[in-house]
Design a protein around this ligand. Structure first.
Ligand code: NAD
Ligand code: DAU
Length: 348
C-alpha cells in the first residue's frame, strides 16, 4: 500500500493521470490535490470519484501550512506534480499568478516532501511534470533532446523552467529523489477551451470565427493526452532517479495545417458541406513573443522504457472531437460565466 499525491488532478492532463492510477493500482491510495481554479473541474473525475482508493482534497499549493499539514497527515510516498497555471496567453496578461503557483507552489511541495523523508528517502519519489517550452523555440530543423539548454521565452515557460531548476537543485543539495519529464502539446478530452484544439472545436460548433495568431505558420508537436498519462505511469515506476525524459508525439503540424484537418473532420462529423468550417478561419494579431517551433525527440523514453504513442494524430483528433460533441454539457458548463469575460478580453 502506498500513498500517492497527484497535484492538479482536476485539470486536463492530471485528470487522465488520476483515472489511470486509480483504476490500475488498487493498492495505491490516490490523493488528488487541486485548488479548482478556472481550469480545475471535478466533473473531469466524476467516473472515479467513488472509488475506495481515491480521495479529492481541495487546497492550494501556495498555502505552506496547509501543504505541510497534508504531508504530515498522509505521509505521501510519491508525488506526481502537475498543478500549474498552464496557458501561455494568460501568462502574458498576468505573469505573477504563474510565478506564485509554478515556482513557489513547487518549492512548497518540495520542502514538505524533504521535511517528511529527509532521514530516509528509500522508495520515495517526487515526479515533476514539465513542458518542452522550457527549451525555447526551434528554427526550421532540429529537435529538443534532454540536454538542450534551457531558453524559455514566455512567463509561463520561464516559470516552468525555474521550477525544473529548483527540483534538480533539491536532488543535488538534499538528495531528494526526483524525475522530471518535459512533454510537447497535449490534446484530448477534458482540455479547457482556451487551448487551440478545444477552443476551435467549440467555435466551429457555435459558428464563431477561428482566431489564428499571426500567419499560422507556427509548429507544434501534438501528443494524445492518454499517451502522456501512460508515459507518466511508466516513468514513475521505471524511470531512473534524477533523470529527465522528453515525451512527444513525433507529430509536427503547423497550426494552419492542423486547423484545416480539424475543419475537415468537423465538416464530416457535423454533416456540413466540405469547406464550411474552414470559412471561419480569421487571422488575428499575433501572440507576443510567439515561439516559432517546438519538436521533441522522445528517443530516450522509447529506447530505455519502451514507450511510444499509441494513436495516430488523425485517430486521436477524431476521438477528441467525438468527446467534445458528446459532452456538450461539459463544454457549456465551462464556457459560461468567467469564460465569457476571458474570451471578450482576449479576442474581441
Ligand atoms: P490545466 O490548466 O488543465 O490544469 C491545471 C490544474 O492545476 C487545474 O486543475 C487547476 O485547478 C490546478 N491548479 C492550478 N493552480 C493551482 C494551485 N495553486 N494549487 C493547486 N492546484 C492548482 O493544465 P494541464 O494542461 O493539464 O497541465 C498540467 C501540467 O502539465 C502542468 O504542469 C503543465 O505545465 C504541464 N504540461 C502541459 C502540457 C499541455 O499541452 N497542456 C504539455 C506539457 C506539460
Ligand atoms: O508545448 C507544451 C505546451 O503546449 C504546454 O506546456 C502548455 O501548457 C500548453 O498550453 C501548450 O502551449 P501552446 O502555447 O503551444 O498551446 P496553445 O493551445 O495555446 O497554442 C497552440 C498554438 O496555436 C500556438 O502556436 C498558438 C496558436 N493559437 C492558439 C490559440 C489559443 C492560435 O493561433 N489561436 C488561438 O486562439
Amino acid at each position: 500500500m502506498k500513498n500517492i499525491l497527484i497535484t492538479g488532478g482536476a485539470g486536463f492532463i492530471g485528470s487522465h493521470v488520476v483515472r489511470l492510477f486509480v483504476n490500475k493500482y488498487p493498492n495505491y491510495q490516490i490523493y488528488n490535490l487541486d485548488a479548482l481554479t478556472y481550469a480545475g473541474n471535478l466533473e473531469n473525475n466524476i467516473d472515479i470519484s467513488k472509488a475506495s482508493n481515491y480521495t479529492f482534497v481541495k487546497g492550494n499549493i501556495k498555502d505552506i501550512d496547509f501543504i505541510n499539514n497534508l504531508f504530515k497527515k498522509h505521509r505521501f510516498d510519491g508525488v506526481i506534480h502537475l498543478a500549474a497555471e498552464s496557458h501561455v496567453d494568460r501568462s502574458i496578461t498576468n505573469p505573477n499568478d504563474f510565478i506564485e503557483t509554478n515556482i513557489l507552489g513547487t518549492a512548497n511541495l518540495l520542502n514538505a516532501f524533504r521535511d517528511l523523508w529527509q532521514d530516509n528517502y528509500e522508495g520515495k519519489l517526487f515526479y515533476h511534470v514539465s513542458t518542452d517550452e522550457v527549451y525555447g523555440s526551434l528554427g526550421k530543423t532540429g529537435l529538443f533532446v534532454e540536454t538542450t539548454p534551457y531558453d524559455p521565452q514566455s512567463p509561463y515557460a520561464a516559470s516552468k523552467a525555474s521550477s525544473d531548476h529548483i527540483v534538480r537543485s533539491y536532488g543535488n543539495t538534499y538528495k531528494l529523489p526526483f524525475v522530471i519529464s518535459n512533454c510537447s502539446n497535449n490534446y484530448g478530452a477534458n482540455q479547457f477551451p482556451e487551448k487551440l484544439i478545444p477552443l476551435f472545436i467549440h467555435n466551429i460548433r457555435n459558428r464563431k470565427s477561428l482566431p489564428v495568431y499571426g500567419d499560422g505558420n507556427y509548429t507544434r508537436d501534438w501528443l494524445f493526452v492518454e499517451d502522456h498519462a501512460m508515459a507518466i505511469d511508466l516513468i514513475f515506476h521505471k524511470g531512473k532517479i534524477e533523470e529527465t525524459y522528453n515525451i512527444g508525439g513525433f507529430n509536427e503540424w503547423t497550426n494552419l495545417n492542423l486547423i484545416h484537418l480539424l475543419c475537415k473532420q468537423m465538416d464530416e462529423k457535423l454533416k456540413l458541406q466540405e469547406g464550411t468550417s474552414a470559412k471561419l478561419i480569421t487571422f488575428v494579431k499575433d501572440r507576443a513573443g510567439h515561439d516559432k517551433r517546438y519538436a521533441i525527440d522522445a528517443t530516450k523514453l522509447n529506447r530505455e522504457l519502451g514507450w511510444k504513442p499509441s494513436v495516430t494524430f488523425e485517430e486521436g483528433l477524431s476521438k477528441t472531437i467525438d468527446w467534445y460533441l458528446e459532452n456538450e454539457e461539459w463544454l457549456n458548463n465551462v464556457t459560461s460565466g468567467a469564460y465569457k469575460d476571458y474570451y471578450k478580453k482576449m479576442y474581441d
